[in-house]
Design a protein around this ligand. Structure first.
Ligand SMILES: [Zn+2]
Length: 59
């Protein structure tokens, strides 16, 4: 919320390919493709649509 601060990965829950953020749905920050992880041991894949490697959790 602070104006002028860097509003990037520090303030947003961003998960990257190869991380294991846990079961849930993640949305590609580039194209909006949703990837579902069905297990806490699943790694985030690259985006199946655009191969971007950063996601936000949506569910
Ligand atoms: Zn994508």
């Amino acid at each position: 919320m602070r104006a002028g601060s860097v509003q990037r990965k520090e303030n947003t829950m961003v998960y990257k390919t190869g991380e294991k953020p846990g079961k849930g749905s993640y949305r590609c920050l580039n194209c909006g493709q949703v990837v579902e992880l069905k297990s806490d041991d699943d790694q985030l894949p690259p985006c199946p649509n655009c191969h971007h490697e950063e996601f936000e959790k949506i569910a």
